[in-house]
Design a protein around this ligand. Structure first.
Ligand code: EPU
Length: 369
């Protein structure tokens, strides 16, 4: 049993993480502790120093691949709480007039989608396009979660960070987080742990409905002009579209998109379009184009592929899965082997390098492939 605030703070030993990662990989943590308050982080830090251990922070386990049993201390983020913060009490000054904006500070251990549902019910909007994304609030800025035309950079105000190297807490403004496409400063700061995020939510019910077939679905389902849909209707549309393409990890273990959509030069995209006129691509800043990796993989015939307990989802080629079933003994390494095969095939045909999107952890710590 983990003990709080005590010099004899000790983690649990030999904890199976199968139910703590959405790939349901039965990896064992030699030491495991739930972190429910800031003091737990200090105690865990002392413990790591005393025992010469590395550490790993586990959130919802929805964006990580565990390839081996973990010798390090696994800390499970469970700092919860939601508080409305008056603008004058924010750490970072508000740039605009802030009229109609309400600031909500949320503990890193809160469930993301519960927060989305709760905020809409409270009449504070901006999260609806990010409905049903698995995982915890603290992980949201790390990969700048995004879906259906929105990402967290549009509503993030500030982030509280605990530095495991110095035992200090500090605040970063959204701008300081360097949020990019599935990227942020946090991916390059291995000692930082997000303990809470503060979101700037809007009292006005403005909606963004221009992604893919969202507007068409809303108009058909709710018999209204898509721009006049309520945030709750947008949430329902996103849930419908998401569920029709992305497997529910509770039934089919997965980590969502396995690769980032690759960003290439407009010249390379033009050359590719000559060879593949139907290629799916979106403008991405000056001189760059983002390719739909799902399309590239799908065209090479991988959709629905299955072998040795791992495979490619039938409805979305960008999603690698572990097949359901208690007798599935496939490992994180098996998934990575499939990922390497797909990367090689895509590189051979399109000269495009696919980058793995979730983070990969071996017993020695985070690794890249
Ligand atoms: N496509 C295919 N075949 C496939 C999959 C996709 O042809 O098997 C083509 C289709 O033309 C489709 C296009 O690719 O219109 C884009 O597909 P989709 O709308 O499903 O989105 P995505 O680019 O594959 C990204 C995010 C998702 C997010 C959706 C919706 C990344 C890496 N992934 O996927 O995020 O939900 O857009 O906004 O950017 C995640 O990060 O885990 C994730 C699920």
């Amino acid at each position: 049993m983990t003990q709080h605030n005590a010099s004899n703070w000790t983690p649990q030993t030999s904890v199976n993480l199968q139910s703590f990662n959405t790939l349901a990989l039965p990896v064992v943590a030699q030491r495991y502790a739930r972190i429910t308050q800031l003091e737990d982080l200090s105690a865990a830090r002392n413990y790591c120093h005393q025992h010469g251990l590395n550490w790993l922070l586990l959130g919802g386990g929805s964006n990580m691949i565990l390839t081996q049993d973990l010798q390090s201390l696994v800390m499970h983020m469970a700092i919860v709480g939601k508080h409305w913060v008056p603008a004058e009490n924010l750490h970072c000054t508000v740039q605009t007039s802030g009229k109609g904006i309400r600031y909500l500070q949320v503990g890193g251990g809160e469930n993301w989608d519960d927060l989305v549902a709760w905020s809409i019910a409270e009449g504070a909007y901006g999260l609806q396009n990010l409905s049903l994304i698995p995982g915890l609030v603290g992980a949201a800025p790390v990969q700048n979660i995004g879906a259906y035309g929105a990402d967290i950079s549009q509503i993030l105000h500030e982030v509280m960070v605990y530095d495991f190297a110095t035992d200090k807490q500090f605040c970063l403004s959204a701008a300081q987080c360097q949020l990019g496409y599935r990227d942020s400063l946090f991916k390059r700061q291995p000692n930082w742990i997000i303990t809470s995020v503060t979101l700037a939510l809007n009292e006005a019910a403005e909606v963004q409905v221009n992604y893919g077939d969202m507007a068409a679905y809303i108009e058909q389902q709710f018999a209204c002009h898509a721009n006049e849909a309520t945030p709750q209707q947008v949430r329902e549309a996103v849930i419908h579209i998401r569920s029709s393409k992305l497997p529910d990890p509770a039934h089919i273990p997965n980590v969502g998109s396995f690769f980032k959509n690759p960003i290439v030069s407009t010249a390379q995209a033009k050359a590719l379009r000559n060879d593949y006129p139907n290629i799916v691509a979106y403008p991405h800043g000056k001189g760059h184009v983002k390719l739909a990796a799902g399309w590239l993989i799908d065209q090479l015939g991988w959709k629905g592929y299955a072998k040795g307990g791992v495979g490619v989802h039938k409805q979305q080629a960008l999603v690698l899965i572990r097949e359901p079933g208690l007798d599935n003994s496939s490992t994180g390494e098996n998934l990575l082997a499939l990922a390497r095969q797909i990367q090689a095939d895509v590189a051979k045909h399109y000269a495009v390098q696919l980058e793995v999107e979730p983070r990969i952890f071996a017993s020695s710590g985070e690794i890249q492939i």
